[in-house]
Design a protein around this ligand. Structure first.
Ligand code: NAI
Ligand code: MG
Length: 332
C-alpha cells in the first residue's frame, strides 16, 4: 500500500495541495494520506518550523507533497526555513525541476528541459556569520561526495530521458576551487557512465542568457544549489510561469514533491492560485518515486488537454477549484 505525507504549509500551499491530492487519489485509489505540519504558521503555533512528528511521518511514508511556506526575510531567533530543514534532515540531496512548454499558457513551444539542482550544500549551507561590524560572510560548501551523488542522479535522469545534451553549469573561472571541484567531479563521473559524447558545460551567466535566447537547445542541466534555484525560476517562464512549475526533492529512500512557487501572500485567500504546479509535482512522485510512468503520463495528458481547451496566454485559466475540476474531468 502506498502512503503519502502531506504538508500544506502556509498561504497558497494550503489551497493548491488539496486539489493535487484529489487528482492523485483519482489515479491511486488506495493511497493512504496523512497530514503533517511545517512552516511559519507552525512556528508561530508551536515554536518550531518542522516538528519531529513531521520528519517521522515523512520517513515512514517515504513520499511527501509539500505546498509552500512563508519565511521572514530577516533573522528570527529559533526559526529555520522549513523546506531547507526538511531537505537537510531527510538527506533530500537532489532537486529535479523540469520545464516543458504547455499548450496555450507557454510563451514558446518546443521547450523540454530538466534542471537537476544540488539540494544540500552550496550557498545554502546555512553557514552565515558576522566577521566584523559591517562585514557578513556566507560559506559556499561544495563536497566531492555531494557532486558524486549529483552526477549519479544526472546519469539516471539522462537514461530516463535519453538525453541529447547534458550541460554542467558553474562559475569555475571565478570560483576555481568550489566550482572547479563541482565541474571536474561531475564531468569525470558522467564520462565514466558513458555520457562524454553529449557532455557540455557553460558558465552560469552565459547559461542564463541562453536559457532566455534559445531554451530548446538545453536538455539536462546539472548545477549547484543557488544557480539551480535561480535558473529554474527563470526557465519556468517557458512552462507558463511559477504557477506551472513542479519539482521533486529526492533522497535515497524519500521523495518530497513541491511546487517551485512560494506561499504567494499577494494572492493567498483569493481562490485564484494556480494548482497546476502542485498537480504536476504530484505527477513527479508517480514517475520518479513510485515508478508509475503510465499514470504520470495520464496526469500530464489531462493537464495538457485542459490547457488546450481552457487555457489562455494571459494565464486566465480560472480559479483553483475550477482548474482542479477541469483536470479531474479530463482524467476520466
Ligand atoms: P512566490 O512564489 O510566493 O510568489 C511570486 C509571484 O508569483 C507572486 O506574484 C505570486 O502571486 C505568483 N505566484 C506564485 N505561485 C502562484 C500560483 N500557484 N498561482 C498564481 N500565481 C502564483 O514568491 P515570493 O513572493 O518571493 O515569496 C513569498 C513567500 O514564499 C516568502 O515568504 C518566501 O520566503 C516564500 N517562499 C517559499 C518557497 C517554498 O516554500 N519552497 C519558495 C519561494 C518562496
Ligand atoms: Mg526558488
Amino acid at each position: 500500500m502506498r502512503r503519502l505525507c502531506v504538508i500544506p504549509g502556509d498561504g497558497i500551499g494550503r489551497e493548491v495541495v488539496p486539489v493535487a491530492i484529489e487528482v492523485l487519489e483519482r489515479l491511486l485509489p488506495d493511497l493512504q494520506v496523512e497530514e503533517a505540519e511545517a512552516g511559519w504558521g507552525c512556528f508561530e503555533r508551536r515554536g518550531m518550523s518542522v516538528p519531529q512528528t513531521t520528519l517521522a511521518s515523512l520517513s515512514a511514508c517515504g513520499a511527501g507533497l509539500f505546498g509552500a511556506v512563508s519565511s521572514p526575510s530577516h533573522r528570527v531567533e529559533g526559526y529555520r526555513s522549513a523546506i531547507l530543514t526538511l531537505r537537510q534532515e531527510l538527506a533530500l540531496n537532489l532537486n529535479l525541476r523540469p520545464v516543458r512548454s504547455r499548450p496555450r499558457v507557454s510563451p514558446r513551444q518546443g521547450v523540454d528541459l530538466m534542471i537537476l539542482r544540488e539540494n544540500s550544500e552550496g550557498l545554502y549551507s546555512g553557514r552565515e556569520h558576522w566577521e566584523s561590524d559591517g562585514v557578513a560572510i556566507a560559506e559556499r560548501v561544495i563536497s566531492r561526495s555531494a557532486c558524486v551523488r549529483l552526477a549519479a542522479g544526472a546519469a539516471e535522469l539522462a537514461r530516463l530521458r535519453n538525453a541529447r545534451r547534458i550541460t554542467l553549469v558553474h562559475k569555475a573561472n571565478v570560483l576555481p576551487l568550489t566550482c572547479g571541484l563541482f565541474r571536474d567531479t561531475c564531468r569525470d563521473a558522467l564520462a565514466e557512465e558513458g555520457w562524454s559524447d553529449v557532455l557540455d558545460e557553460r558558465l552560469v551567466d552565459v547559461a542564463a542568457l541562453q536559457l532566455v535566447a534559445c531554451p530548446e537547445a538545453f536538455d539536462l542541466i546539472v548545477t549547484t544549489n543557488l544557480f539551480g534555484d535561480i535558473l529554474s525560476d527563470l526557465a519556468s517562464h517557458w512552462g507558463g510561469g511559477l504557477g506551472m512549475a513542479p519539482s521533486l526533492n529526492l533522497g535515497d529512500a524519500i521523495a518530497l514533491a513541491e511546487p517551485v512557487h512560494g506561499s504567494a501572500p499577494d494572492i493567498a485567500g483569493s481562490g485564484r492560485a494556480n494548482p497546476l504546479a502542485a498537480i504536476l509535482s504530484a505527477g513527479m512522485l508517480l514517475r520518479h518515486h513510485w515508478r508509475l510512468p503510465a499514470l504520470a503520463e495520464r496526469l500530464e495528458a489531462a493537464v495538457d488537454v485542459f490547457l488546450e481547451e481552457e487555457g489562455s496566454v494571459d494565464f486566465g485559466i480560472g480559479t483553483t477549484r475550477e482548474v482542479g475540476r477541469g483536470v479531474l474531468q479530463r482524467l476520466g
